[in-house]
Ligand binder design. Structure first.
Ligand code: X8Z
Ligand code: ZN
Length: 604
């Protein structure tokens, strides 16, 4: 679609006319059920149209980062905010009215948003959001003037090199660039809070925590409960990793106790440690199979990687991806322009215009990520039958968990079945495989928890901009057992902003929840498929019964409170770490043995 300046200016005039403080006043007459239903029908129709327009503009803004596309994206975002704000205020009028459950739920969902009384502030908010997204997408580290590195190149160094000074240089270089947009972020937080307060939330953090069918305080307590449940497993993995890192980098770099420098974990944010697998793998039992090597050797391109993932979903009875998906998605990093490379999935309309944007490389990591992204896509396609306000995940953790659930079925048996592995390893390889998986699924837990713990305090005003780094590192030390590779400049520092979801203001509790949910889903689907062996060996590939169960969840969208959706698939109505703990139980026993042996050796 080409958007001419003439069309833009006409749209601008219309949008401005539709906004303003008058929209915030609600009529005083007593509302009726029929009025509420009419209001919902009109609102959903309007928001649907404006959301599609906004999505298309945001897509262009993230795919071709220029000042102009940033302006277009923020224009349409502002326009949508205006409509959703008007709807949120309008919905209040019907609070307390006895309505069918679905309508009451829609009215409640409509009110979970920021609202701006002042159109100038709304425009500023949208502009800052687009600017931050663009700033992250464009960001580079330039060791020498004119010699710059994109994030992907630096991530590759962190993933593959064991040259400690080089790792530190990459880490510090990428984190330093975030300082450039710290002020924008602080301004954005202040505006966002104003918008949340307009709707009666204490701040935007409280608004985020209100999106889980329970009061915000209850949600914070749930997060802590879940963390306490899985903490012993994380601690065991951290201790084991410390010893292996000490052996690799020496006692001067990796202390025997206390936090470990965070540039040594094979990942820019130390959120996934899978790249450490070669140095962590057990001395015996580990096969030399390396999916990255196989994909590289076969020159598997981005399209083929995506086809593998699509093949999994169609094996479960789901539809093939529409032609437009293949025509419109961005699957590889363009050579000649800046894009936001962080993988994402997009519903551009309510039918089948769905796309992903991902700079795919032929690695085992991206093989998993592409299954993750298609999980979002199949959720979008699954709930197209739902009305606008229910076209969403049961909660955002569900949305993140679908693709990961499918990826848990990427077992050696599955890889053999699709021709990516010649021979399946025997059962002695279970511990190495569990370890490799834990480096992604267990390592991320305290990272995911503290990402939002940090933001909750930032939004609440407990952490001021001058203390962003202080609070960030206090949390990372306490929960992750990590420290900054070198002292930073506390007042200027913005290490949190070097993470996509902070710059783009995407909440992160979703990944913490998804990490638990995917094991609950996996266990439930395996049971549905009639499987009763160890969960790490279960793949539901090609299983129609498991597929039907999963599809049922997707089709529900957000139409029911999430405990009901969870119950329908798993029989449980609580998000819980027990399935994850069950999955990794043999590894936990093994880690405890290894760590006891390390401790005994130190005493001698
Ligand atoms: O951001 C993502 C997905 C897109 S929703 C690639 N993930 C988190 C991250 O990269 O930080 C997936 C796992 C955690
Ligand atoms: Zn995702």
């Amino acid at each position: 679609m080409s958007v001419t300046p003439k069309i833009i200016s006409t749209l601008l005039a219309t949008a401005l006319a539709a906004t303003g403080a008058t929209a915030l006043a609600a009529p005083a007459t007593k509302p009726t059920v029929a009025e509420a239903e009419r209001f919902l029908a009109d609102t959903e129709a309007k928001l649907n149209t404006q959301n599609n327009e906004q999505a298309r503009a945001a897509w262009v803004g993230s795919n071709f980062i220029t000042d102009d596309t940033e302006g277009i994206a923020s224009f349409f975002a502002e326009r949508y905010l205006s409509a959703s704000g008007e709807a949120a205020i309008g919905a209040r009028r019907f609070n307390g009215l006895k309505l069918p459950a679905a309508s009451a739920r829609k009215l409640s969902l409509l009110q979970q948003t920021v609202v701006f009384a002042d159109p100038k502030e709304r425009a500023q908010y949208a502009a800052l959001q687009a600017a931050l997204n663009g700033a992250y997408g464009k960001a580079k580290y330039c060791p020498q003037p004119g010699e710059c590195m994109a994030l992907g190149e630096m991530e590759k160094v962190l993933a593959t090199s064991h040259d400690e000074p080089k790792l530190k240089q990459m880490w510090l270089g990428w984190h330093a660039q975030a300082q450039d947009y710290k002020q924008k972020y602080a301004d954005y937080i202040a505006l966002s809070n104003k918008g949340a307060r307009q709707m009666g939330f204490a701040d935007t953090g409280a608004l985020w925590r209100s999106q889980y069918d329970m009061p915000p305080e209850a949600f914070a307590a749930e997060m802590e409960r879940l963390w306490q449940q899985v903490k012993p497993l994380y601690d065991a993995l951290h201790t084991y990793t410390r010893h292996k890192l000490r052996a690799t980098y020496g006692a001067d770099v990796v202390p025997l106790t206390g936090p470990i420098p965070s540039h040594l974990f094979g990942n820019m944010w130390s959120q996934s440690w899978t790249n450490l697998y070669p140095i962590l793998k057990p001395a015996t039992g580990a096969s030399s199979y390396d999916l990255t090597k196989v994909l590289e050797q076969r020159k598997t391109d981005a399209r083929q990687m995506t086809k593998y993932a699509e093949g999994f979903y169609t094996s479960l009875g789901m539809q093939k991806l529409p032609d437009s998906f293949w025509e419109r998605s961005l699957l590889t990093k363009p050579r000649d322009r800046d894009v936001v490379c962080h993988a994402s999935a997009w519903p551009i309309n309510e039918k089948d215009d769905v796309r992903i944007k991902m700079c795919i490389t032929p690695t085992a990591e991206d093989f998993t990520v592409i299954h993750h992204e298609l999980g979002h896509i199949y959720y979008f396609l699954g709930y197209t039958g739902q009305p606008f306000l229910f076209r969403n995940g049961a909660n955002d953790g569900f949305h993140e968990a679908i693709g990961d659930t499918v990826a848990l079925s990427i077992t050696p048996a599955y890889l053999k079945q699709i021709g990516l592995m010649d021979q399946e390893p025997d059962v002695t390889a279970d511990i190495p495989q569990l370890l490799e998986r834990a480096l992604a699924k267990v390592a991320i837990l305290p990272f995911a928890y503290t990402m939002d713990k940090w933001r909750w305090d930032v939004y609440a005003g407990k952490t001021k901009p001058a203390d962003y780094d202080k609070s960030w590192w206090q949390l990372r030390e306490q929960y992750m057992g990590m420290k900054r590779p070198a002292p930073g400049d506390d007042a200027k520092g913005f290490d949190a902003g070097a993470k996509y979801h902070v710059a783009a203001d995407v909440s992160y509790a979703r990944y913490f929840l998804a990490d638990m949910l995917q094991f609950q889903f996996h266990r439930a689907l395996c049971r549905e498929a009639g499987y009763s062996g160890p969960l790490n060996r279960c793949s539901v590939y090609g299983n129609a019964k498991a597929g039907a169960k999963l599809r049922q969840l997707l089709e529900l969208g957000a139409s029911k409170p999430w405990p009901e959706a969870l119950k329908a698939i798993s029989g449980e109505d609580k998000i819980d770490g027990n399935a994850l703990l069950e999955y990794f139980a043999p590894l936990k026993t093994w880690l405890d043995q290894q760590n006891a042996a390390f401790a005994a050796a130190e005493k001698q």
